[in-house]
Design a protein around this ligand. Structure first.
Ligand code: HEC
Length: 190
């Protein structure tokens, strides 16, 4: 759970989430208590920090607004490589975070810094928006994945419902983050 990102939200957004969740039909599902192996059972207690609530910037403040959305969408958490549960310094948004797929193989997040050779520095705003919006097309059908076939873990379908203006704000914010040269092999089968 990306606590550090969500902890920077606007209180009002959390209140909205609570209101929305309370509107859903309750489902009885008695789950076993969560447990984790060593060392996660220790680390897990050190992860949650006190929330540092912020105020959602106005839409007209495009960069600040884009940064807020980017934080709320928790993009950083998947797009920054970690070591022992902490983001590697200097590699912010440079991708390479590994996700082993249960269908076989490992997918790695993309470098989304503005590096021209290995990041998205050559993408213009339209290319960025279209990359998300292609999943909003009603003709798009989720496909089944064969063994050892590439699959993404990025929640494209959810993000595709974002407003274009919001995606443009995220794009503008991404243009301002430090370019990091980091070539990522986005999928491999071991
Ligand atoms: C759950 C993890 C996860 C989250 C959250 C996530 N991504 Fe990704 N993203 C990935 C992975 C893995 C890939 C590589 C596979 C792919 O291209 O779909 C990727 C690929 C991308 C790409 C490159 C696509 C391409 O065609 O090369 C962009 C751009 C991107 N993500 C932007 C974002 C932005 C912006 C956000 C937040 C709104 C975000 N991602 C949130 C995991 C994530």
């Amino acid at each position: 759970m990306p606590h550090p990102s969500y902890g920077k939200s606007d209180r009002e957004d959390i209140y909205s989430l609570i209101a929305y969740i309370r509107s859903l039909t309750p489902i009885v599902n008695d789950l076993p208590e969560a447990s984790s192996d060593f060392p996660m059972n220790i680390i897990i207690n050190t992860i949650p920090k006190k929330a540092e609530f912020t105020t959602m910037p106005k839409k007209s403040d495009k960069l600040a607004y884009g940064k807020y959305l980017f934080t709320m969408a928790s993009c950083t958490d998947c797009h920054t490589k970690q070591e022992k549960g902490a983001p590697i310094e200097g590699m912010e948004l440079a991708g390479g975070f590994e996700f082993p797929l249960y269908t076989g193989g490992t997918v790695r997040s993309a470098n989304i810094t503005s590096d021209k050779a290995t990041g998205i520095g050559n993408w213009n705003e339209q290319a960025f928006v279209s990359r998300f919006k292609m999943y909003a097309d009603s003709a798009y059908k989720p496909q089944s994945i064969a063994r050892n076939q590439f699959n993404t873990v990025m929640p494209w379908l959810m993000y595709s419902r974002m407003e274009e203006e919001d995606l443009k704000a995220i794009y503008a914010y991404l243009q301002t983050v430090k370019a990091v040269n980091n070539e990522v092999v986005n999928f491999s089968v071991n």
